[in-house]
Ligand binder design. Structure first.
Ligand code: 1GP
Length: 235
């Protein structure tokens, strides 16, 4: 079987992902949300939260029973790992200098990951200033890259590629006022040969399209779908 990486992480692909924080829904809500996702244009599902210490097994089982899109873990910490998911974005927060999020959590989870049948996608995670202090910035105890410092973002992404990471995630943070600027995405895209995921503060179809046009391969939307689930059908 083809890996999910080879299916969804192509350099020219354009996908839309929904970010679900299982803590914000009970199992019945997750069931109906998953059914809506199943018949929407969403390509994949990311599961995670900056804050939660919960186990996501049950939530992922409900999601997978009710829709066909693959479930990628997007964990805020190693307690959110689950063998029920299809793949893991193994995030290293390379824009920050917090050793726990660069390598510490990864060491703690490594032998568990070896035991379970989960595709692991090494991902460089870059926080880009989104105009407001976000949960991920506060919880990670790191500084985000100013969104006009393209050279720092580019050098960080290139460093990630040279470390062997297989995708770059540009994150403005959930609920960001400003999504990652398209010119910054273009600048990063022009210098790396691995796919780009981008999320934080994206609310409209036009923004999604602009992100794709700038070179994002997987656009991630969370809050906008939470606040207005009917966007699932519109998008
Ligand atoms: C995923 O943090 C984003 O990268 C989700 O952000 O909730 O603002 O869509 P929103």
């Amino acid at each position: 079987m083809d890996s999910l990486y080879s299916k969804y992480f192509k350099l020219n692909s354009k996908h839309l992902a929904i970010l679900i924080d299982p803590e914000k829904h009970n199992l019945n809500e997750l069931k109906s949300l998953s059914k809506r996702i199943d018949s929407s244009g969403i390509d994949l599902i990311l599961i995670g939260s900056s804050l939660s210490m919960s186990n996501y097994d049950e939530a992922i089982r409900v999601i997978k029973l009710n829709c066909n899109q693959p479930v990628f873990l997007f964990p805020g910490n190693s307690l959110q790992l689950s063998a029920e998911a299809d793949a893991l974005l193994n995030l290293s927060l390379i824009s920050g200098r917090n050793p726990e999020l660069l390598i510490g959590e990864h060491v703690r989870s490594a032998m568990f990951l070896k035991q379970i049948n989960l595709e692991v996608i090494p991902t460089g995670y870059l926080l880009i200033d989104g105009g407001v202090k976000t949960s991920v910035e506060y919880m990670s105890n790191t500084l985000s890259i100013p969104n006009n410092k393209f050279d720092i973002a580019v050098a960080t992404a290139v460093a990630g590629e040279y470390l062997g990471l297989r995708s770059i995630y540009l994150e403005a943070g959930s609920g960001a006022l400003n999504s990652v600027p398209t010119d910054l995405i273009r600048a990063v895209k022009s210098q790396i040969n691995i796919p780009i995921i981008c999320g934080g503060g994206i609310k409209t179809k036009e923004e999604i399209r602009a992100q794709w046009d700038a070179g994002t391969n997987i656009v991630v939307v969370g809050t906008a779908f939470e606040q207005n689930p009917s966007l699932l059908e519109q998008f």
